[in-house]
Design a protein around this ligand. Sequence first.
Ligand code: AMP
Length: 283
Amino acid sequence: MPHSPLIARTLPALSKALARLRARQSTLALVPTMGALHDGHISLIRLARRRAKRVAVSIFVNPTQFAPHEDLASYPRTWKADLARLVAEGVDLVWNPGADIMYPSGFATRVAVEGPATCGLEDRFRPHFFGGVATVVAKLFTQIRPDVAVFGEKDFQQLKVVARMARDLDLGVKVVGAPIVRERDGLAMSSRNVYLSDAERARATVLHRVLKDTRARMRAGAPFATCLDAGASAIAQAGFALDYLEARHAETLAPVAAMDEAPVRLLVAAKIGTTRLIDNIKV
Ligand code: AMP
């Protein structure tokens, strides 16, 4: 029988819960989320379970990573269903602070990230984003002091930014990446997929299809620029406004122009209606 997790909503409650979990020197893995949990999140939790004796999941919709025009207010919040899934997974601790706990009145600090955070992918379209992510993740790591933290490759640039920050600031956390979990038709799972109308949802499969087709052409030796142009056209044809479709070095995120610059990662971001989707694939 899965046991109910400890649930903390204040810093003193978190300290108390952590003291209980850390008894007998247990190792602890953290899975940071914004809730609206789906099978992608669950795969992270299962990987965390393999990496540490105890698993903590944070659920916090972080206001500092949303720009004023973005979807903070409408972001799906499904606490009851989330908790049921966390119970079923046997998670040990749920950290669910309010914005007033994370950013109390007078809060005036923001972590500035460079390197992978300024490589010209998400940062070009969401200049607010990585500063907000880095700030909240630095806080989560400091509050919880996990041995391991699991992040999805779904947010590939974010994974690199967080791993870099953890190393640079000696946060003592090993950042581990987890593979992308997809729907049966290839669409990468995302809490934002609920925004899609039926017609948009049907078209959204184009992103994964284009990633796979583009990868096949690249592997067959076609010039990257030609492959990327064809992919961009297919995405536009499906009714998306493309932000980027780019080949990057999988470690440094520097632009790459040929297969001999491997490891290569192909990354895409595009908007259909009001919903912005991202995806990526190993080439
Ligand atoms: P979010 O709740 O969207 O902030 O995501 C929390 C974590 O889950 C992040 O590390 C994401 O990269 C990861 N994640 C989201 N969707 C997926 C997916 N489809 N497969 C794997 N990981 C995912």
